[in-house]
Design a protein around this ligand. Structure first.
Ligand SMILES: NC(=O)c1ccc[n+]([C@@H]2O[C@H](COP(=O)([O-])OP(=O)(O)OC[C@H]3O[C@@H](n4cnc5c(N)ncnc54)[C@H](O)[C@@H]3O)[C@@H](O)[C@H]2O)c1
Length: 471
């Protein structure tokens, strides 16, 4: 017995079951590309921590122009323009929008903009994505791209109707370990894949208490049940398992632990009689979900913002021939001689692992890794992501992640919450491809040609400046 939440599919089923009209209204965005864009004129919307870091990275990519800066706070616009003038005068922005809650509409309507790069608080993402695509702009948006299933469907349908890219900036898909794992999966080293595990374990307890601008802009209830921040671990896993390209996420069960750490933390911080200690907060320390795919694979996903545990995304993928488990150091690998072959109790030695890591290093990390590490952004993966979408747009290629990835990964926010609230019952996950996952072409995360992009490879690579925000 599972809960079906996919209102859109239900309504469509009633309205147009079995008619050719239903299929005709949707032209797939899987494999979609636009003619090469040599210049990409960009509006940055939301230039707080994350958006400012993006401005600093993207301005280094030849052909990417910082056309517009937009933020509710004028001081954020001024600070970013000041940085550009000091460090990269040729890329200083030309127009500015700030000062009102809907200032982003000006940036989306700006006729000199091709693409909007959205890094506002998550609850605003969907509104801006929809408005921007309707204004004819391509969209790159921070994570998660939407918080509800209805918004996910609206974004999919708007992208299909307007023929605009809408890609979620899931930077973890470009991590060195994640792209190595992707390569191991796609070169057959791990055999037939059966299972993966991922997590966002990030001890942010004290930051959650801060009365910071960041927190004031977050809807307070968003993280209370289920997994409100699923895409960092889930994105790479979906790329390993070819979700939306040969498989799809079918059902989820989600449960949360009790609220122990937050309670103890508040009591010790404010004392037993403080109102904050007495307030009941219905938030579990750790949320765990299990997703089952249509082809019968399983994904274990965790969210934990509170407990004192070192940061981890787990990042494990299991196949019939072997297993990769790696977030940061030490990553681990076990490979059997034949499917199911016994491998004993040890992971392979560091020397053997290094040989595999070198042999299967993703081409993007081979060609851009050194530059990316210097420019920064989570160890370089953010810059690799930016170079890759810019290269795809400049060369008329499909983007690595499409609107179906955006929707299916983001839909976990609402579906996990509903399963958790109902005590962990299975909840059906929407098929945003409407069956096209069965025939969609495989995804190819290819390389970039830095010389062709106009990077001057003989010039010394500028180290990341002190103001680079690694968020
Ligand atoms: N991919 C990652 O690794 C990563 C890391 C951190 C945050 N994020 C995501 O990035 C987004 C931004 O996070 P952040 O940490 O930079 O937050 P932040 O609060 O530092 O920045 C948000 C900015 O949006 C602006 N803003 C708020 N309302 C606005 C409006 N109506 N119009 C225009 N601007 C508005 C704020 O003034 C602020 O400058 C969030 O969605 C978050 O989930 C992603």
């Amino acid at each position: 017995m599972s809960i079906r939440l996919d209102r859109r599919e239900f309504f469509m089923g009633v309205a147009c079951a079995g008619t050719a009209a239903a299929a005709a209204t949707h032209s797939t965005m899987s494999g979609f590309s636009v003619p090469p864009m040599k210049r990409i004129r960009i509006a940055f919307i939301g230039i707080g921590d994350r958006g400012s870091a993006a401005v600093r990275r993207v301005c280094r990519i030849p052909g990417c122009e910082v056309e517009v800066l937009c933020d509710l706070r004028k001081e954020a616009v001024d600070a970013n323009q000041g940085w550009l003038k000091k460090n990269c005068i040729s890329k200083a922005a030309k127009r500015f929008y700030s000062g009102s809650n809907e200032c982003w509409k000006g940036a989306c309507d700006d006729s000199g903009v091709d693409l909007v790069y959205v890094a506002v608080p998550a609850y605003l993402h969907a509104r801006i994505e929809l408005y921007a695509m309707n204004a004819g702009k391509h969209v790159l948006v921070e994570v998660p791209a939407a918080n509800t299933i209805d918004d996910c469907w609206n974004i999919v349908e708007t992208s299909e109707r307007t023929r605009r890219h809408c890609m979620m900036l899931e930077n973890c898909c470009y991590g060195q370990d994640e792209l190595l794992a992707w390569n191991l999966c796609h070169q057959g080293v791990l055999g037939s894949l059966s299972h993966a595990e991922g997590a966002y374990i990030h001890n942010l307890t004290e930051r959650q208490l801060e009365n910071s601008f960041r927190n004031r802009n977050r809807p307070k209830k968003s993280s209370l049940h289920g997994n409100s921040y699923p895409t960092h671990p889930l994105g790479p896993i979906c790329l390993y398992l070819d979700v939306n390209r040969g498989d799809r996420m079918d059902t989820i069960v989600s449960v949360s632990s009790g609220n122990f750490t937050w309670k103890d933390y508040i009591a010790e911080t404010f004392g037993p009689n403080d109102w904050q200690t007495k307030m009941e907060v219905d938030r579990g320390d750790i949320n765990t979900s299990i997703i089952k795919t249509a082809r019968g694979r399983t994904i274990m996903l965790q969210r934990d913002f509170t407990t004192p545990r070192p940061y981890s995304r787990i990042n494990l993928v299991q196949g019939s021939r072997g297993c990769f488990w790696g977030y940061g150091w030490p990553a681990r690998l076990a490979v059997a001689r034949k499917p199911g072959g016994e491998i004993g109790k040890e992971w392979m030695s560091q020397a053997e692992y290094d040989e595999y890591a070198e042999k299967y290093r993703h081409p993007l990390w081979k060609s851009v890794g050194e530059i990316a590490k210097k420019v920064g952004g989570h160890g370089g993966m953010d810059f690799i992501m930016d170079i890759r979408w810019a290269y795809c747009l400049q060369n008329g290629l499909p983007l690595d992640m499409d609107v179906y990835d955006l929707a299916s990964w983001s839909s976990i926010v609402e579906c996990s919450r509903n399963s958790d609230l109902a005590g962990g019952v299975p909840v059906e996950l929407p098929d945003f491809t409407r069956g096209a996952w069965k025939t969609a072409k495989p995804r190819v995360i290819g390389n970039v040609d830095l010389a062709k992009m106009g990077f001057n490879l003989s010039a010394p690579i500028k180290k990341k400046d002190d103001a680079q925000l690694d968020v």
